[in-house]
Design a binder for this molecule. Structure first.
Ligand code: NAP
Length: 351
């Protein structure tokens, strides 16, 4: 695949976990990256990107933007052929889901895509959506044709009061398609990753992915982990998918980008071989009734969530990402070991 270095490209949310690897790939391919960030003065959050740019053939320019400010992305987008829109809050525990999740996800997507539709140079927009725009609970797989999630399916079960993050991603992707379908300047391609795992480029990642994997070593799952059905994908593979979506001539539509159909226990068990003697990684299955009883008290997860996800198989079809974007996927064990080692080195589990 040829990565065009003719003009700059825009990456929104460039400070993020997923965006970091995308920016790295772009810089290493010689591209000029317009990095849209909330606070260009927050040197610590940008340091890793500057360091990568210093060693790479491409270059980086930072632009101050906010998802909620109309017209905020116009300057950063000027002259760009491709827009990668990754910025969106990824958090599970929030107090005010409308303000913290829905508004930035949906208003932000409208803001970025409406600017793209009004910017002469833009020919392609890649939106980082999510498998969360396809399903809420693993039990939704059972309702899918053949028990497998595909790009034809939309999430119909999330709401403001139940799994609002999934709701925010669903509404945001729908808003993106509505704007894209009403114009003919750019083509929209969406990347729909499952749970992203693997190492971060920044020293202080804030993505929800880290909170989930940290539990594998901090003792939370010492007694076992529930077999909570989910999909996972390496962050470096997600970056490759974005690159293909941005630069492959024929890329179009939605893409499930997920390396493995698995569950929380299996995700933890791949750490046993290398780390099992030193860290309290989960080894056995926590029975559903225990999680059902204790979940709401211990970790704030609802009984509805337990019923719909624990001991429920998660299956998604990633074949479109392979045929249309040329994806290959890293083994889950390698991704988890790289991520876990990084947490150990950063002192996440004490010295
Ligand atoms: P992350 O590290 O928390 O990155 C989120 C990014 O969004 C940050 O750069 C953040 O900027 C930006 N952002 C949030 N609210 C903003 C606002 N109001 N205005 C401007 N920027 C704002 O999380 P991530 O995991 O990399 O997520 C990146 C994208 O991937 C999201 O669209 C997420 O939904 C999607 N995704 C993630 C996963 C996963 O498992 N991690 C799976 C599927 C899809 P600041 O640095 O300024 O806060």
């Amino acid at each position: 695949m040829d990565v065009s270095t003719d003009g700059p490209v825009l990456v929104t949310g460039a400070t993020g976990y997923v965006a970091g690897w995308l920016v790295k790939d772009l810089l290493e391919a010689g591209v000029t990256v317009h990095a849209a960030v909330r606070d260009p003065g927050a040197a610590a959050k940008l340091e890793h990107l500057v360091r990568i740019a210093d060693k790479a053939p491409g270059s980086i320019r930072f632009f101050e933007t906010d998802l909620l400010q109309p017209g905020s992305y116009t300057e950063a987008m000027a002259g760009c052929s491709v827009v990668f829109h990754t910025a969106s809050p990824f958090a599970i525990s929030v107090r005010d889901p409308r303000r913290e999740l829905i508004d930035p996800a949906v208003t932000g997507t409208r803001n970025v895509l409406e600017s793209a539709a009004a910017t002469a140079s833009v020919t392609r927009v890649v939106v980082t959506s999510s498998c969360a725009a396809i399903y809420t609970d693993a039990i939704d797989c059972a309702r899918a044709p053949g028990g497998v999630l595909t790009e034809d399916i939309w999430n119909t079960t999330a709401s403001l009061s139940y799994q609002p993050y999934s709701y925010s991603k669903t509404l945001a992707e729908k808003a993106a398609w509505k704007i894209a379908d009403a114009q003919d300047r750019f083509r929209l391609v969406t990347i729909n990753p499952s749970l992203v795992i693997g190492p971060a480029l920044s020293d202080a990642p804030t993505s929800e992915s880290f909170r989930i994997v940290r539990q594998m070593g901090d003792g939370t799952l010492r007694q076992g982990a529930p077999k909570l059905g989910l999909g996972v994908v390496d962050v470096r593979d997600v970056a490759s998918a974005h690159l293909a979506a941005g630069f492959r001539e024929d890329a179009e539509g939605r893409h499930i980008v997920s390396g493995h159909n698995t569950n929380l226990l299996e995700l933890g068990k791949v750490l046993i071989e290398k780390y099992g003697s030193r860290y309290p990684v989960p080894r056995k299955s926590l029975p559903k009734w225990v999680v059902w009883l204790a979940g709401p008290v211990m970790s704030g997860i609802s009984r509805k969530f337990v019923t719909n996800n624990v001991d429920v198989t998660w299956r998604a079809d990633n074949s479109r990402s392979k045929s249309a974007l040329g994806m290959t996927y890293r083994p889950m064990k390698a991704s988890m070991e790289d991520m876990f080692q990084q947490m150990i080195d950063a002192g996440a589990f004490g010295k």
